[in-house]
Design a protein around this ligand. Structure first.
Ligand code: SIN
Length: 282
């Protein structure tokens, strides 16, 4: 019989904190139940974990194949699938990407097969600021009227890495021809079906979205903004306040997320980020 995990919802109907599990010593059945909880709940949190890079790799592999990162310069030496988010510098050089995830988005949406899940492991956190916010896109979809669902059903979004990197607030950059060729634009549905549980999500995003296919701008992007405002209303959002040792994982197939800024003249933040390969949205 599958072990019964002790759970506390992150928000009514969304996400779960999993209590009393040490990921480095838990047995296979418990770890399978952790993966199952992730697939059903949209996000999971485990606090007080002490994870070496090999532990992170072994745990993330239970969710699927770890995915590499578009920007290679901030991966942990020897671990190409562990990306460093930080404002720390060593010998005057940044060791990680700073404010990389600020702005509502879903990870890797500029790829044909966006990542299924994102995991952040907190190694150093400011005492204030730097929260991560998660929006439940299934709850937002379910809150739409049947008429609105029918209007939105079938719409497609044009996602572009080039657009993201030339318009984002932090870390804007000109892409090399090689990077452009490796990241061609893609088209994804606005309403996405979750492959593990069949639930529908209002899978809108910002940053990578250049237009709604077949709808001229500015109307198209105004609709995108309106939908992002809707999905990120307080009633659909969980605010995570970090502690060192937290593992927070969210399901990019049904959530939107954003990092938030902090006083980087006073505090340091250091996170390890890992991704898992996903499949083509439908
Ligand atoms: C991300 O968007 O990948 C990171 C979010 C955060 O740093 O809080």
């Amino acid at each position: 019989m599958a072990p019964q995990l002790k759970l506390r919802e992150l928000k009514p109907g969304f996400g779960a904190e999993i209590l009393d599990v040490d990921l480095t010593t838990a047995d296979n059945e418990t770890l399978d139940a952790v993966v199952d909880t992730f697939n059903q709940r949209g996000a999971i949190l485990l606090r007080g974990q002490e994870m070496e890079p090999d532990d992170l790799m072994s745990f993330i592999s239970r969710f699927g194949q770890p995915e590499g990162h578009t920007q290679k310069q901030f991966t942990l030496p020897g671990y190409p699938e562990i990306f460093i988010l930080s404002n720390r510098e060593v010998d005057g050089k940044p060791i990680g990407a700073h404010n990389d995830g600020v702005g509502w988005h879903t990870d890797y949406s500029y790829k044909e097969e966006p990542v299924k899940c994102t995991m952040l492991y907190a190694k150093e956190v400011p005492p204030e600021g730097s929260d991560t916010l998660l929006a439940d896109q299934c709850a937002a979809y379910n809150a739409l009227s049947e008429e609105r669902k029918a209007e939105l059903d079938g719409l497609k979004l044009h996602h572009s890495y080039q657009h993201l990197m030339s318009t984002r607030e932090f870390g804007r950059m000109e892409l090399s021809e090689e990077m452009k060729a490796a990241n061609p634009d893609v088209i994804h549905p606005l309403i996405r079906t979750h492959p593990a549980n069949g639930r529908k999500a209002l899978w809108v995003s910002t940053g990578t979205v250049k237009e709604i296919v077949g709808m001229p701008n500015p109307e198209g992007l105004e609709l995108v903004d309106e939908l992002v405002d809707f999905v990120t209303r307080d009633e659909f959002v969980h605010r995570h306040k970090w502690q060192v040792g937290d593992i927070l994982m969210w399901d990019n197939r049904c959530t939107l997320h954003t990092g938030t800024v902090y006083d980087d003249t006073k505090y340091y933040r250091l996170m390890h980020r890992l991704w898992v390969k996903g499949d083509k949205p439908y």
